[in-house]
Design a binder for this molecule. Structure first.
Ligand code: HEM
Length: 552
């Protein structure tokens, strides 16, 4: 290491002792180690005394953009530097850096689905799945987002006039995004905005188990016969069985009615009766329907596309209601001006609602989902010198597990003005920091007209809301459209105020960042101070204003 300082932080059993894990922080400077022993606990979250990414944030402040962290025999290189992130995600091949421990954790749920897939399988599957997200399909999805948004609006209308008008918006966003992803991926209606069902409960329990696994430093699910004697594992197996049965039925039904076609033909096809990705993939010429990968990819998209989008909506709403009230009003005014008296927006409306999209993407800056990206080096490598810290390259040994902390990157004062402030207007202004070597800053001019949000390119890899490089999210535009349609529909109809203080909301994490206590809000029909253009009250206001000015 250039400055001859790489910090080692460790938790877990000291070598040779397999008993209860001790928390150990090791700091390596030049040639000696310092050990500090501390508290112990069951999972990383407990050990960290809160979300793991907050512990990584503390160490980032104390030890800089690269350090080593160990939990017992496991150790991780933690990176919070855009130049190094760019090297790993964009400049190295997926064969060089694979998903490592993430794949091991997710395999029992997602199998060989796109997120955990090893590089060989991934290459084939990515090529197969990407065409499903074509432009015409995305446009058709806006209708689906509108249908699900209507259900949410109806539900909020009922609740806001009931005797229990406090609504947990996080829970509502989780329901609407589950309904959307069910229809979009398998044409299956979970109906979770309006009712509870054993299947919906199974989906949530599986998600919680996946999160628990990803924050546990002991792979308890691999203990001998765990699925027979550990209550949580018995339940997990049952839930997975239920979901697998439904998926198998849906796949079989689609296969029975298969109408094989080329990708080009499928892209042009009218799909109003079943626009799902399942239909697209089953009908795609050359798709291997006998293997398990189709099931794995569909399950992966169900999980990847649901709570991530719900979290973006939740933290956007949180940002808007817990900051200057003028911010919310400005975005509502934009929504109401662009949408007029329409109940739902179309694609051009979403493009026109720039403030709304900036509000959404700003939430992903402060609450990235997931807050760390996980990789494993499959060959030895040397990282480029970091922007702020080490002058020489850090050598990465084969097998090294890596955490790229998007939480740290997105909140570092080196890359953001007033980094901890929720400020959607930041995306309108370029930002440079000559003190950071090799980093070109944020430049809104670099945003392509195809992208609905400022991304890793515009920020030169300081902002990675959907990852980067070849393994970047395939649902990014889908998620931005979905969230924009949903948020604009409810903002056009209602006003929102937070119940309690922002501190009451709290925060906890797994794969995505959740609130601790829900996002409880008073939802009321929108105030008429800002009427929707085109409506009677808007014309009345216009006439009044004109009358006043001509009199004046
Ligand atoms: C990958 C975030 C929505 C499907 C990723 C990655 C991130 C991410 C950060 C990269 C992971 C890594 O590099 O290890 C998000 C966020 C979303 C979202 C924040 C919503 C706000 C969706 C949706 C879908 C989806 C809606 C599908 C319908 C996937 C898939 C991958 C992925 C399949 C793996 C891509 C690959 O390895 O080739 N997502 N995602 N995501 N996401 Fe998303």
């Amino acid at each position: 290491v250039g400055k001859n300082t790489l910090t080692w932080l460790g938790f877990g059993p000291n070598l040779g002792m397999a008993a209860v894990p001790d928390a150990v922080i090791q700091k390596y400077e030049g040639s000696f180690f310092t050990f500090i022993k501390g508290a112990l606990g069951g999972d990383l979250q407990t050990l960290a005394g809160g979300p793991l990414f907050l512990l990584l944030a503390k160490y980032y402040t104390d030890h800089g953009p690269i350090f080593n962290l160990s939990f017992g025999p496991k150790s991780f290189l933690v990176i919070s530097d855009p130049v190094m992130a760019r090297h790993i995600l964009r400049d190295s091949s997926p064969e060089q850096y694979c998903k490592g421990m993430l794949a091991e954790i997710l395999e029992p749920i997602m199998g060989d689905g796109l997120i955990p897939a090893d590089p060989k399988i991934w290459k084939v599957r990515r090529r197969a799945v990407v065409p499903g997200f074509h432009k015409k399909w995305l446009n058709s999805m806006i209708g689906l987002f509108g249908d699900c948004g209507d259900r949410l609006v109806d539900d909020l209308e009922k609740r806001s006039t009931s005797d229990k008008p406090v609504i947990d918006m996080e829970e509502r966003f989780c329901s609407v995004t589950l309904d959307i992803i069910g229809k979009a991926v398998f044409n299956y209606d979970f109906g979770s905005v309006t009712k509870e069902s054993p299947i919906v409960k199974a989906v949530y329990r599986v998600l919680r188990e996946a999160e628990h696994r990803s924050s546990s430093f002991i792979p308890y699910w691999n203990l001998p016969y765990a699925e027979k004697w550990m209550v949580g594992q018995v339940e997990f197996r049952k839930d997975m069985g239920m979901l697998d049965d439904i998926l198998a039925k849906l796949i079989n039904r689609a296969v029975e009615t298969r109408q094989e076609a080329t990708v080009e033909e499928l892209e042009e096809r009218e799909t109003s009766d079943d626009p799902s990705l399942l239909r697209f993939l089953v009908d795609m010429r050359g798709e291997d329907l006998t293997s398990k990968v189709l099931r794995d990819d569909l399950m992966t998209m169900l999980i990847a596309g649901h709570e991530t989008t719900a979290a973006m909506l939740t933290w956007t709403m949180f940002g808007l209601v817990s900051n200057d009230p003028g911010m919310m009003k400005e975005i509502q005014a934009e929504v109401r001006t662009v949408m007029g008296n329409k109940s739902r927006p179309d694609y051009d409306d979403v493009v026109a609602m720039k403030k709304l999209r900036y509000a959404l993407i700003e939430a992903l800056r402060l609450y990235p989902e997931p807050p760390v990206l996980i990789r494993r080096a499959r060959q030895e490598d040397t990282l480029p010198p970091g922007g702020t810290g080490l002058s020489g390259g850090v050598k990465v040994l084969r097998g090294t597990d890596i955490f790229i902390s998007t939480w740290n990157l997105h909140r570092a004062p080196e890359y953001w003005e007033n980094a901890d402030k929720y400020d959607p207007t930041r995306w309108e202004r370029p930002f440079k920091n000559p003190g950071v070597k090799g980093w070109n800053g944020y430049d809104p001019e670099k945003q392509s007209s195809q992208s609905l949000y400022p991304n890793e390119i515009t920020s030169d890899y300081a902002f990675l809301p959907f990852g980067a490089g070849k393994r970047k999210c395939i649902g990014d535009q889908f998620a931005m459209l979905e969230a924009s349609v949903t948020l604009s529909m409810i903002m056009n109809k209602f006003d929102f105020t937070l119940v309690g203080t922002p501190e009451d909301v709290g925060m906890k994490t797994g794969a995505t960042i959740h609130t601790m206590n829900g996002l409880n809000m008073m939802v009321s029909p929108r105030s008429e101070t800002n009427p929707i253009p085109g409506t009677n009250e808007w014309w009345t206001k216009q006439h009044l204003m004109r009358g006043l000015s001509s009199t004046g």
